[in-house]
Each structure stands twice: as structure tokens, then as C-alpha cells.
Write a protein that binds this ligand. Structure first.
Ligand code: IPE
Ligand code: IPE
Ligand code: MG
Length: 239
């Protein structure tokens, strides 16, 4: 088999536990986690992955202590500034999904700057899910479609899967082939609900700051051995 996923999505989890294990503050875990992001992005591009989507901040993460939220926002700004050159050098295009409006203006500004500067890169697309929630995404799509139906722009009978996809934040992304979650938790945590419908799930106990490019390679090899049947029988796929 040995097929390669076109779209890999990662729930980068375990920064806080990593820091706690070392007797450090949670934020030190986020700092180290940012180093992992750099290594994983580089390796994914090197492996020829077309789309890498990283869960950086969920709509639920606003419920964390204010100090942690503020530090995470600062880390985002400094990482975007620092890694901007890496994206250019590796021909990576940066995109984002989520509700950018309620992010601090500096984060929004930096993000939009890097998105603009990398928009004509045609290597890997790196999508940051920022202030992203899968339920919110679907809710917003439903509202937008309902408005169009009300204004007779679309007829209800014409609403199909592609109408929904066109109204999602993730409208430009293909379905997720492989979802990786680190830290031993085995849940979706409101990530890409629509696009994960038929994803292969890969869970590892490794905490995100300890996750290496070899760990990514291992996940890709594991994916390559799986048979994706999409409801068909195994025999149908081989004939
Ligand atoms: C993931 O690590 C990073 C974010 C959610 C921003 P956590 O901060 O969730 O780490 P744990 O799960 O508490 O160990
Ligand atoms: C999911 O991790 C969000 C991100 C990785 C950004 P969390 O640590 O917030 O998820 P839960 O709370 O364990 O479900
Ligand atoms: Mg967590």
C-alpha cells in the first residue's frame, strides 16, 4: 500500500504536562512546543505532504487562566516573526482557519502579514487553526446558508455537501487523511469536525514538546499500512 496522506492534521497536546514533569511552569512547555512545530513543519514539507493543519488555539482555550492565554498569544506573535523566513525558504504557504476577529490585533496583524507574504508559495500549505472550534464553524456555515435561502439566493433543495463545504472556514482544504494527537488523550476536542469524517486516527503517548521528526515519520509509515475502505469491502479495493 504505502500511500502518503495529502492532508495531515495535528492536535498538538501535552505542553503543560511536559513542563510539569520537569518542575517548570506550563508556559515553558508551550515554548518547547514551538520548537517542535518548527521541526515538524520542516519534516512534513520534506516528506512532500501537501497540507499540514495544526491546532494552535481552540475556542475552548479562552477558558484557561488569563495569564496563560496572554502568554500563548505573545508566543504566537514571536513565532510568526521568527519562523517567517523558514516558511519562505521552504516554499510554504501559510493559511489560517478560525475566527480571527476576536484575536488580539497584534496576532491578527502578524498572521495576515505572513499569510500575504507567503501567498504565492506553492509547496506545502500550512494551516494554523486559531480560535477555531468545529461546532462554531458548522454553526456559522448553517447561518450563512440560511441567510442565502431566506434571500432566495439558494433553494433548499439545492443545498448539498458542497454547499456546506463552501461555507466552512476550511473550504479550501481537502478532507483530513491522517489526524495525529499527541500526549495520550484520545479525543477530537472540537477540531475539524466536518473534514475529519473519514480521517485515519493516530494517537501517541509522546508529549508534544518531545515529538520529533522521527515520530512524524513513524505516523506516516503507520498510515501507509492502513486500508481505507470508505464503506467498501476489501475485495472491491483490490480488483
Ligand atoms: C497543548 O498543550 C497546547 C494548547 C492547547 C495551546 P496543553 O497546554 O493542552 O498541555 P496539557 O494538555 O495541559 O498537558
Ligand atoms: C486541544 O487541546 C486544543 C489544542 C491543541 C490547541 P486541549 O488540551 O485544549 O484539549 P482538551 O481540553 O484536553 O480536550
Ligand atoms: Mg491539553
Amino acid at each position: 500500500m504505502n500511500h502518503q496522506p495529502k492532508h495531515v492534521a495535528i492536535i498538538m497536546d501535552g505542553n503543560g504536562r511536559w513542563a510539569k514533569k520537569q518542575g517548570k511552569k506550563r508556559f515553558m512547555g508551550h515554548n518547547r512546543g514551538a520548537k517542535t512545530v518548527k521541526a515538524v513543519v520542516e519534516e512534513a514539507a520534506h516528506q512532500g505532504i501537501e497540507n499540514l493543519t495544526l491546532f494552535a488555539f481552540s475556542t475552548e482555550n479562552w477558558n484557561r487562566p488569563k495569564e496563560e492565554v496572554n502568554l500563548l498569544m505573545k508566543l504566537l506573535v514571536s513565532s510568526l516573526r521568527k519562523e517567517f523566513k523558514q516558511l519562505i525558504d521552504n516554499n510554504i504557504r501559510l493559511c489560517s482557519v478560525g475566527n480571527l476577529e476576536s484575536l488580539p490585533s497584534l496576532v491578527k496583524q502578524e498572521l495576515l502579514f505572513v499569510i500575504e507574504k507567503t501567498k504565492s508559495n506553492n509547496g506545502m500549505t500550512l494551516t494554523l487553526a486559531l480560535n477555531y472550534g468545529g461546532k462554531e464553524e458548522i454553526l456559522e456555515a448553517v447561518k450563512a446558508i440560511a441567510r442565502k435561502v431566506k434571500n432566495s439566493i439558494i433553494s433548499p433543495e439545492k443545498v448539498d455537501e458542497s454547499t456546506i463545504i463552501e461555507h466552512l472556514y476550511t473550504r479550501n482544504l481537502p478532507p483530513v487523511d491522517l489526524l495525529i494527537r499527541t500526549s495520550g488523550e484520545e479525543r477530537i476536542s472540537n477540531f475539524l469536525l466536518w473534514h475529519l469524517a473519514y480521517a485515519e486516527l493516530y494517537f501517541t503517548k509522546t508529549l508534544w514538546p518531545d515529538f520529533t521528526k522521527e515520530d512524524l515519520q513513524k505516523a506516516l509509515i503507520n498510515y501507509g499500512k492502513r486500508e481505507r475502505r470508505f464503506g467498501k469491502t476489501s475485495e472491491q479495493l483490490t480488483t
